[in-house]
Design a protein around this ligand. Structure first.
Ligand code: ACO
Length: 405
């Protein structure tokens, strides 16, 4: 190229020292036995079990055990695991002070990055990561405390008192209780909502080496403590190209607003226009070139939940369904193999459960914590080396500092 003299990076690649793969499109960064994705066929297996079967027959807590330990638990193992989680649901009382340092109108993901990382300042008694026992304790603490922190974010945001966890409730029920209960009246968790929340958590639990999991692995490869690594994962998840997409989908459906065919078509056309930065949020995926199997279950769950809650006529659901139909018949989306991903329908369910839009990605983080910590545990126990990507340098060759002589 013209301009300043630069090192010809193509020569470095040709010499075979390392590969150049921006966006890690075809580079495996590790070996893993946790999750398998076949993007061409739309298959997702956790420890060998198809996601559809898990979503219908398992629970989030059981799936957490499976991801972390490799096998489904026996009844006794399940009881032990869930009672250990219940035992750790509270957070240190001083953590409440951290919230007070944030503006109440801060985005809850901004607060989550801070308070999740702060856990390492409170739970440093079991941080010898070379010990399997300590890794398990930190994993249990994180799984148990993330819903508590998430609910505290919400309560702080709306100015209500924090609710202590209730250990007689299961994982999803307790989360909904801490979100929507208040000290002034008895709160009964709606079983339809609890089931829907549990399923949303299951469908977001793990997805192999996505951006946030890779971030957790990279941070963990330095020997950083697990709470700090999860905080890094939360930051990576926040972006609209990743976990922030569920929030973006709802904002998009609100922006589309009008259910008319011409209006929906106008937005599909905008997404195809390369001069317009608008994309169909909740569409497309780096690995899936077929229907995201989580989106299938999510769509089915969305229909069930809305009809059970008497909200089958929700205009957002109608717009979403029509948008999907129009896009899936359009050559642009067909040729590029762009299908709805897990986030396309999850936001509609979360909205029906009364969850505000800015909490959607926080709930994704609560769910994905089990995936992050399972990968972190797998990596540390296999004695992985520090992650240290290379680069192709495109700057100046060596030159002299101008001394004016
Ligand atoms: N709307 C319109 N066009 C799209 C979309 C979309 N949602 N997604 C991809 N495309 C187009 C691109 O413009 C590109 O077209 P071109 O070949 O003519 O240039 C082609 O499809 C390939 O897209 P890339 O951006 O190269 O695909 P990549 O694998 O890098 O990105 C991503 C995947 C980020 C998910 C992308 O599809 C996207 O931005 N989707 C919307 C955001 C979203 O839903 N994210 C959630 C992902 S799932 C998750 O994290 C849980």
């Amino acid at each position: 190229t013209s301009g300043p003299e630069v090192i010809d990076v193509r020569e470095l690649v040709k010499s075979g020292y390392f590969t150049y793969d921006p966006g890690f499109v075809s580079t495996a960064s590790c070996e893993s036995g946790i999750t398998f994705i076949d993007g061409a066929n739309g298959t997702l297996l956790h420890r060998g079990y198809p996601i559809g079967q898990l979503a219908h027959h398992s629970s989030f807590t059981e799936m957490a055990y499976l991801l972390l330990n490799g096998e489904l638990p026996s009844d006794e193992q399940y009881e032990d695991f869930s009672s250990r989680i219940r035992n750790h649901t509270m957070v240190h009382e001083q953590i409440a002070n951290f919230f007070k340092g944030f503006r109440r109108d801060a985005h809850p993901m901004a607060v989550m990055c801070g308070v999740a990382g702060a856990l390492s300042a409170f739970y440093h008694d079991n941080l010898d990561i070379t010990q399997q026992h300590d890794r398990q304790v930190s994993a249990i603490r994180l799984i148990a405390k993330m819903p508590t922190l998430a609910a505290m974010c919400y309560k702080y945001n709306i100015g209500q008192p924090f609710m202590y966890p209730r250990n007689d409730l299961d994982y999803a029920e307790n989360f909904l209780y801490m979100m929507f209960g208040n000290p002034c009246e008895e709160f009964r968790v709606n079983p339809v909502m609890a089931k829907a929340m549990d399923r949303i958590l299951m469908l977001h639990a793990d997805h192999e080496q996505n951006a946030s999991t890779s971030t957790v692995r990279l941070a963990g490869s330095t020997g950083a403590n697990p709470f700090a690594c999860i905080s890094a994962g939360i930051a990576a998840l926040w972006g609209p190209a990743h976990g922030g997409a569920n929030e973006a989908v709802l904002n998009m459906l609100a922006e589309i607003g009008d259910e008319s065919e011409e209006n929906i078509q106008r937005y599909v056309d905008r997404a195809k226009d390369k001069n317009d930065s608008f994309r169909l949020m909740g569409f497309g995926h780096r690995v899936y070139r077929n229907f995201d199997p989580r989106a299938r279950v999510m769509k089915e769950t969305c229909d069930e939940v809305l009809s059970e809650l008497g909200m089958g006529d929700d205009p957002r659901l109608k717009i979403a369904k029509r948008l999907e139909e129009i896009a899936l018949e359009d050559d642009y989306f067909v040729e590029r193999k762009l299908y709805p991903n897990v986030d396309f329908y999850s936001g509609i369910i979360l909205k029906a459960l009364g969850i505000p839009t800015n909490m959607f990605t926080v709930i994704f983080a609560v769910a994905r914590t089990i995936g992050w910590i399972s990968h972190w545990n797998e990596m540390i126990s296999s004695g992985a080396r520090i992650g240290r990507p290379r680069q192709l340098y495109t700057g100046y060759t060596q030159r002299d500092y101008p001394t004016g002589e």
